[in-house]
Write a protein that binds this ligand. Sequence first.
Ligand code: GLY
Length: 632
Amino acid sequence: MTRPAAVRSLSLLAAMAAVLSTAAAAPPTGTGTADGTRTGGPPAAAPATAQPATAPSGSPPAKSPVATGYGGAVASVDPDASAAGIEILRRGGNAVDAAVATAAALGVTEPYSAGIGGGGYFVYYDAKRRTVQTVDGRETAPRTAGETLFLDEDGEPLPFGEAVTSGLSVGTPGTAATWDAALGAWGTKSLRDVLRPAQRIARHGFTVDETFRQQTAANEERFRDFPASAELFLPGGEPPVVGSTLRNPDLARTYGELARGGGRALYRGELARDITDTVRRPPVRPGAGRDPRPGDLTTADLREYRTKRQAPSRTEYRGFGVYGMAPSSSGGTTVGEALNILENTDLAAADEQRYLHRLIESSRLAFADRGRWLGDPAFEDVPTRELLSQRFADSRECLIRDDAVLSSPVAPGDPRDPAACRTRGAAAPTTYEGESTTHLTTADRWGNVVAYTLTIEQTGGSGITVPGRGFLLNNELTDFSFAPAAPGVHDPNLPGPGKRPRSSMSPTIVLDADRRPVVALGSPGGSTIITTVLQTLTNHLDRGMPLAEAIAAPRVSQRNTTTTQMEPGLWGAPVRQRLETLGHRFARNPEIGAVTGIRLLPDGRWLAAAERERRGGGSAMVVDERKRGAAG
Ligand code: GLY
């Protein structure tokens, strides 16, 4: 990247400040809070908390949003899942083994966001080679799918809600194949070994918490209409009560089949037939008053499914290398473009108003380009490299004004022919995406790191459980545009045969100039994933917030729409009014994203961090927390 010398030196200073902010870790002060966040002054120490990976029998593992220590770390939304990853690390597994173990456990305890009925993106840092590699395990449309997949008999787009709960929206799941691909390439343990903790949790059960109960209640109506879903998630006909134990023996058996046959067992034989039968004839309760549209998924679609090993997206940001998911996810390019735009502003020196203004405007522009250029690269000519060029970012940044707000929808730029302040083509609105999904981050004693985001799309996916198999099917194909986002404007995200719907998942690993890991993170939240990752990264790398504070800080989300979503923590703050005076319009969103991440501390310890509040709080654990008291 070429940039003006002044900006280069500012960048360098910011990078040094970020490193120093952790190197010069202060002991806990009065401004610090129990999880290592702070309310002012230098980054505070993060006192370690008790992290038993194995719970006393009958009780869930202790749940804490921050942990520091040695030997590896896991951060996920759920303590049973994090404990599963830690168990594998303690048995000598590496970060890849632990990530698959954690994901499999999330399939049990977080089944409305993750599981073998869905897909995801796996980003791996190899400490020995100092390289980042990825697996694209995105779901694919059936071979017979065309652009009209989500149009009704009159050529009108189906109501979104009707498409969500249907066989039509189910793509070929990619998660089991992702586990095979990741373990085969970089793991040290067999799938059988890493599935053991999840099988145990499925067999013996986990303790229902408030978040699980709420998510079940939100799905209750449609779960009732599918006997297999009702039987599993509505024991006694009602959402399970908080503190009760929920078992999933069917999933324990299904995991047993994968343990014996590998992830590939999902794509062949009876398991594949059970999936396609369910998609083609959604098993709805007689008299349900719902007639879900069938899908056209076949056993051939499953048999032919392949994950993709591909190079990560890469952005250089203030001396760091930011690695993410290249298309079919829009995550890596959109986070990367926004970072490149922001790199022209000294965010470390900016006050909150200027920071948020610049964050919002860069995200607005990056989403305009995402809408025009991002689709499955097997079908679309996606200019990934050009979208991530600094020249293109500069041509977009020049549209941002300090005294006014851009008016959305903003037209895209042309990354192949960037010219200062020029837009190209018509503006199109950003299409809707649900806000589900889950993210986990792992690290091991050798320094390997994984950032893995996985999903079944909507919270509760299609709502349809495969009878006798214990997992929900995704509704990922609703991530396609049902019709062009704007009439007459090319939309790269229309359905196609075997096509991957555009994703926003943004598992991200940041390396320093020596290609050593600095921080890894990701989030759920549909298209708010991108803005959440962007804001958390800039809070941490530019604004000097310890990772836990960067995660906890209140968020905004701007995706080329007239209003910007804003969390309550900013809603009542004076900065909202100041931004409104500038022309910003805000809509309140109670909760945006749910980040988990890992930071390598200068003294060699891992710091794992998750949410304190959002989604009921997440779970950070380390293998060995012997020494205590350093900052994130
Ligand atoms: N379904 C959420 C995403 O792919 O971004």
